[in-house]
Design a binder for this molecule. Structure first.
Ligand code: ADP
Ligand code: MG
Length: 183
């Protein structure tokens, strides 16, 4: 069993709705339990305005316990992006849903399509802020520093504003079967 952190982000359409749908789908992953989620944050796009557009993102971080292998989890994340309408032709453009695996326990993974820890997470305020909200002492296994230190040191000046909404409220988890009626 590994503790995993996944960053979610949306900057197209009803961003709140896409994030809540992503949360609901992550809750449905096999051999996996969602154990925590940050607030949502509205964040200024980091990167090319031409590519990403001007719309601010909704971002958050989800913590999971999983028995899946990293590659299996990655494949399911890509499938989840697709199911939420991610445009595969224009991956760099505005996106209905971006799921990035930030950490897979304390493992480091270098595969052709998968690098963990995510290589840019320590440069992004929109990732570090929700990480610190969830687990300020979580250690970055390569930089060997806790999240709260990385946030103190980050030079990214893009704005990150905490939203006063309850994540996941649109598609709440339901019990898998109804309890029997009591007579
Ligand atoms: P970004 O998330 O950097 O804005 P994309 O979502 O288009 O951009 O991701 C580009 C590629 O990054 C993906 O096709 C994927 O193969 C690769 N990638 C490498 N490491 C990871 C990771 N840890 N989590 C998610 N994607 C990753
Ligand atoms: Mg991505």
């Amino acid at each position: 069993m590994e503790t995993v952190y996944i960053s979610i982000g949306s900057n197209v359409g009803d961003r709140h709705d896409f994030c809540d749908r992503a949360l609901a789908l992550l809750n449905l992953l096999p051999h996996t339990t969602v154990t925590g989620q940050s607030s949502y944050y509205e964040t200024e796009p980091v990167g090319s305005e031409q590519l990403l557009g001007l719309t601010w993102f909704y971002n958050g971080v989800v913590r999971l316990d999983t028995q899946l292998h990293a590659q299996q989890l990655f494949d399911l994340c890509q499938e989840t992006e697709r199911s939420l309408g991610r445009d595969a032709e224009n991956r760099q453009g505005p996106r209905t849903m971006d799921l990035d695996i930030l950490f897979f326990g304390q493992h480091t993974i270098h595969q052709p399509h998968l690098t963990i820890p995510h290589p840019r997470l320590h440069l992004r305020r929109f990732v570090l802020t929700p990480m610190v909200e969830l687990d300020p002492e979580w250690n970055h296994p390569v930089l060997n520093r806790p999240m709260r230190k990385l946030l103190e040191q980050v030079s990214d000046s893009a704005q990150v504003q905490k939203l006063d909404i309850v994540p996941g409220s649109r598609y709440p988890n339901r019990p898998t079967c109804s309890p029997p009626h009591l007579r």
